[in-house]
Design a protein around this ligand. Structure first.
Ligand code: PGA
Length: 255
């Protein structure tokens, strides 16, 4: 799975470029562009029927209709959207979203029959202080309280220090941390082993994607900056497609 996160970037013209590029190369992986909510209708009209899907970057975690500027999960779903990123660190930090709020957003996305892509991750200070496991566990337990077993959730492990910094986590560190996440999921959050898809995000680009996707526990990537360039984005999709094909071939030949 490859998910692009356009953040506060993009335009109808850029979406047209992506729609055009998507027509030329079939994606051998699940590929999604998460666009600003004002572009969802445009994404629906340009990408409908294409293998490239579209998603949102956030939704409200409450029902208060008197809530200027907010968009509910149902409103997002009405744009043909199947995916919503929630709990990105830029929202957790800048908008002070708590673990409980993020979890409630994820619950609402599921209730609207969409897939929440829930971001979790530690800061550089957390990692330096050996708090990575605690932080991830706290975020995951809050999520499991609202979405039992994390059914239907896609998790994106995004260490804050790797986002937009060019400082990608090494495949070894990614694998080691996803193992921690898997352990918490299974033993603390009540998830069945292998049920929750795990993405990595943080300075993923066309050059490092194949190495990251080769990590056994990685099911896909969440891509920020590099998702704004169709050539770069579809190169990452091809790398994911190769990985999926290799994994499929391995299960076919396995006794
Ligand atoms: P980046 O962003 O790929 O530009 O580091 C990733 C993200 O914020 O999801």
């Amino acid at each position: 799975m490859v998910v692009g996160n356009w953040k506060m970037n993009g335009s109808a013209a850029l979406l047209r470029d992506f729609a055009e590029a998507a027509r030329h190369g079939a994606q051998a992986c699940e590929s999604v562009l998460c666009v600003p909510s004002v572009l969802l209708a445009c994404a629906q009209s340009l990408l409908r029927g294409s293998a490239l899907r579209w998603g949102a970057q956030d939704c409200a975690g409450h029902d208060l209709r008197a809530s200027t500027g907010d968009v509910s999960a149902e409103m997002v779903a009405a744009q043909g959207t199947r995916y919503v990123i929630v709990g990105h660190s830029e929202r957790r930090v800048r908008h002070r979203e708590s673990d409980a709020e993020v979890a409630e957003k994820a619950r609402r996305v599921c209730a609207a029959a969409m897939v929440p892509i829930v971001c979790i991750g530690e800061s550089a200070a957390d990692r330096d202080d050996n708090l990575t496991r605690n932080v991830l566990r706290r975020q995951l337990l809050a999520l499991s309280r609202r979405v039992p077993g994390l059914t239907g959730v896609v998790l994106a492990y995004e260490p804050l220090w790797a986002i937009g910094s060019g400082d990608t986590a090494s495949p070894g560190l990614i694998e080691e941390t996803l193992e921690v996440i898997d352990h918490v999921l299974q033993f603390d959050a009540g998830a069945s082993p292998g049920q929750v898809r795990l993405l990595y995000g943080g300075s993923v680009n066309a050059r490092n994607a194949a190495a990251i996707l080769a990590c056994p526990r990685v099911d896909g990537v969440l891509v920020g900056g590099a998702s704004l360039d169709p050539t770069e984005f579809f190169t990452i999709c091809r790398a994911a497609g190769h990985r999926a094909a290799a994994a499929h071939a391995a299960t076919v030949v396995a006794p």
